[in-house]
Design a protein around this ligand. Structure first.
Ligand code: NAP
Length: 307
C-alpha cells in the first residue's frame, strides 16, 4: 500500500502506540513515524526497539509538521496533552486518539482544538493485558474492529482518510456517535472488566479458601478472569471515571440479573438456570462464527505439560 501520511506522530508509546507504529510500518502507511512518551525510560526503550523513525524530546516537537497525530495515552490525560500540542499542530492535520471512552475524549480535547486541524476520535477494539513499548506487535489490529466517532464538523474526506488508515492497519471499521459507542463498550468491555476485577479480588479475600488453593485450582474458571483482571490499572481507572453514566446503568442491570440467578439457586429453580446458560452458550457460538475468537477448546490453549 502507498503511504497515506507524510509524517505520523504518536504521543504515548505503550501497547497501542507501539502497535500502531509496527502495523503502520508493516503496511507502509506513513513515510515517517515520529513518537513521544512522557518518561525518558519509555523514549529510550522505543529508540532501542526501533519501531519509530525518530523519537522526539517533547510532544510539541513530535507533532510539528505531522499530517496525522494519534494520542495513545490514558483517557484521563487527553485534555492536558491536547492543550500542550494544540498550537504546534500543522494546517489540516488530523488529530485522532485511541481512547476506550469517546464522549469524554471529545469534551476534553475540543476546547483546545485550533480551527485549522480536525479532531477525529477513534477506538481500536484490540488489546492485551500487557502495557508498555515492549508489548506492541504489528498484528494486534488484524481482523479486529475499530470504531470511529466523527464529529458533525469533520470533513467527510478526512474521516475517509482515518478509516482507510485503520483498514490499512488490518482492522474492520465502523462509525457511530460517541454516546452510543460509550453505551456499547460499557456492555461489551467495561463491565466485563469490572466483574473480573471484582471476582478476582473476592476470591483472594475469601477466608475459607487459601490463596494457594485459588492459584492451584485456577484452571476451573478463575484463571480466565485473572487475564482480564491483570489489565493496566491506570487505563481502567480512567475508563470508569470517564464513562460513569453508561457503566453505572449497565452495572444496575447486571446486579438485577445476578439477584435473579441467586434467587433461582436458592429456590432450586433449575429451569431458569438452564434457560439462561443455554442462551449464553449460543452467544459464545455467535462470537466464534463472527471470527472474533477461536473455536478451539480451552480458548486454543495447548494441552498442559505432563507433571
Ligand atoms: P500503556 O501501554 O500503559 O501506555 C500508555 C502510554 O501513555 C505510555 O507511553 C505512557 O507514558 C503514556 N502516559 C500515561 N499517563 C500519561 C499522562 N498522564 N500524560 C501523558 N502520557 C501518559 O497503555 P495502552 O494500553 O497503550 O493504552 C493507551 C490508550 O489506548 C488508552 O487510552 C486506552 O484506553 C486505549 N486502549 C487500550 C487498549 C488495551 O487493551 N490496552 C485497547 C484499546 C484502546 P510512559 O510510558 O512514559 O509512562
Amino acid at each position: 500500500m502507498s503511504a497515506m501520511f507524510e509524517r505520523l506522530a504518536l504521543i504515548g508509546l505503550g501497547l497501542i502506540g507501539s502497535s500502531i507504529a509496527h502495523a503502520t510500518r508493516r503496511a507502509g502507511l506513513a513515510n515517517e513515524i515520529v513518537g513521544y512518551a512522557r518518561s525518558p525510560e519509555t523514549r529510550e526503550t522505543a529508540a532501542k526497539l526501533g519501531f519509530l523513525d525518530r523519537v522526539a524530546d517533547t510532544a510539541e516537537e513530535a507533532v510539528k509538521g505531522a499530517d496525522c497525530v494519534i494520542l495513545c495515552v490514558p483517557v484521563g490525560a487527553i485534555g492536558a496533552v491536547t492543550e500542550q500540542i494544540a498550537t504546534s499542530l500543522a494546517q489540516g492535520t488530523i488529530l485522532s486518539d485511541v481512547g476506550s471512552v469517546k464522549a469524554s475524549v471529545i469534551a476534553q480535547a475540543l476546547p483546545h482544538m485550533p480551527d485549522h486541524a480536525h479532531l477525529i476520535p477513534a477506538h481500536p477494539l484490540a488489546g492485551t493485558e500487557q502495557s508498555g513499548p515492549e508489548s506492541g506487535f504489528a498484528e494486534l489490529f488484524d481482523n479486529r474492529w475499530c470504531i470511529i466517532t466523527p464529529l458533525p464538523t469533520n470533513p467527510p474526506e478526512q474521516v475517509a482518510r482515518i478509516r482507510a488508515f485503520w483498514e490499512g492497519l488490518g482492522s474492520q471499521v465502523d462509525t457511530m456517535d460517541a454516546a452510543h459507542h460509550d453505551q456499547v463498550l460499557a456492555v461489551t468491555s467495561h463491565i466485563p472488566h469490572l466483574i473480573a476485577y471484582s471476582i478476582v479480588g473476592t476470591a483472594s479475600d475469601l477466608e475459607t479458601v487459601t490463596k494457594s488453593e485459588v492459584v492451584k485450582y485456577s484452571a476451573s474458571g478463575f484463571r480466565d478472569f485473572t487475564r482480564i483482571a491483570a489489565s493496566d490499572p491506570t487505563m481502567w481507572r480512567d475508563v470508569f471515571l470517564h464513562n460513569k453514566e453508561a457503566t453505572l446503568e449497565v452495572l444496575g442491570r447486571v446486579t438485577e440479573d445476578l439477584f435473579a440467578l441467586q434467587r433461582a439457586i436458592r429456590w432450586g429453580d433449575g429451569d431458569t438456570l438452564f434457560k439462561r446458560f443455554s442462551e449464553t452458550r449460543a452467544i459464545r457460538r455467535g462470537i466464534v462464527e463472527a471470527g472474533q475468537d477461536t473455536a478451539h477448546p480451552n480458548f486454543g490453549r495447548g494441552k498442559p505439560p505432563k507433571s
